[in-house]
Design a protein around this ligand. Structure first.
Ligand code: C5P
Length: 243
């Protein structure tokens, strides 16, 4: 059998050519990185958990009418997705202060924000994914004003959905990052949720204890990352078999 063609390898995932035109296979690695890959490790089982969790969130979003790239899970580590043209921006939604916002503005971690705040970072590892304004995005042609409006609307719908899903299992969604892709239908372009949604790209705190159940456990050496992700999967009822 011919080897599959690798299309792209990132820090936590690999993309292979899919079985049909316009599809890709997304493979979840066990690699964990933080601080723009300055800190690295292999966390056994993380890829399996994130594959299953991302399926769960993408499926839920589709049911709520939010379009995503997810087609189906293929096996423990792989899922079939639609090929998209990735918008070169990370879209971050924050409900409480944490991470780079706390650092930048001197706001204590956990402080509730008056309303969800949407931020954009330019996707460029060499530059460390810098925060950019809507002015930069439009001036440099990374997205149009219409795209920006659509991306903010999509991000806030994802926030509403995820906030509710996590709240139901005693987890507070502090913030998260999504990536957005373009698909084309003739002359028309649509924006859909791409990449992954998992504890790698969210901040998740236990509602009662504020225990961290996300990648900050790895970033700040707070315990076992796979245990934290397993707890999230267990609460959501999506624990994979043989994980
Ligand atoms: O570091 P910062 O506070 O800006 O991160 C905000 C949110 O976006 C966090 O949930 C973090 O895990 C996520 N993020 C990400 N990938 C990045 C940067 C941030 O998933 N490259």
């Amino acid at each position: 059998m011919a080897r599959r063609k690798k299309v792209y390898e990132g820090k936590a995932k690999i993309l292979y050519e899919g079985p049909e035109p316009g599809t890709l296979v997304q493979y979840f690695k066990d690699d964990a990185t933080a601080f723009n890959a300055e800190k690295k490790d292999v966390i056994e089982g993380k890829g399996v958990l994130n594959n299953r969790l991302s399926e769960f969130f993408m499926d839920g979003l589709a049911s709520a009418g939010v379009p995503t790239h997810f087609i189906k899970r293929i096996n423990m580590r792989e899922q079939l997705i639609r090929a998209v043209e990735i918008v070169p921006l990370e879209v971050i939604v924050r409900n409480r202060a944490a991470g780079s916002l706390s650092k930048r503005l001197g706001i204590e971690e956990g402080t509730p924000l008056p309303r969800p705040i949407v931020e954009f970072c330019y996707k460029d590892d060499k530059l460390g994914d810098p925060l950019v304004t809507e002015e930069h995005i439009i001036a440099f042609g990374w997205a149009s004003q219409q795209d920006l409006d659509d991306m903010v609307a999509l991000a806030l719908r994802v926030n509403d959905f995820l906030t509710g899903v996590f709240h139901a299992v005693g987890i507070r969604l502090i913030d998260f990052k999504i990536e957005i892709g373009r698909i084309y239908d003739g002359d028309f372009q649509r924006l859909i949720i791409a990449d992954e949604i998992s504890p790698d790209s969210c901040r998740l705190w236990d509602v009662k204890t504020n225990q961290k159940l996300d990648k900050d456990v790895f970033r700040h050496d707070l315990g076992n990352l796979a245990d934290a992700y397993t707890e999230v999967a267990r609460r959501l009822g999506v624990l994979p078999r043989n994980a």
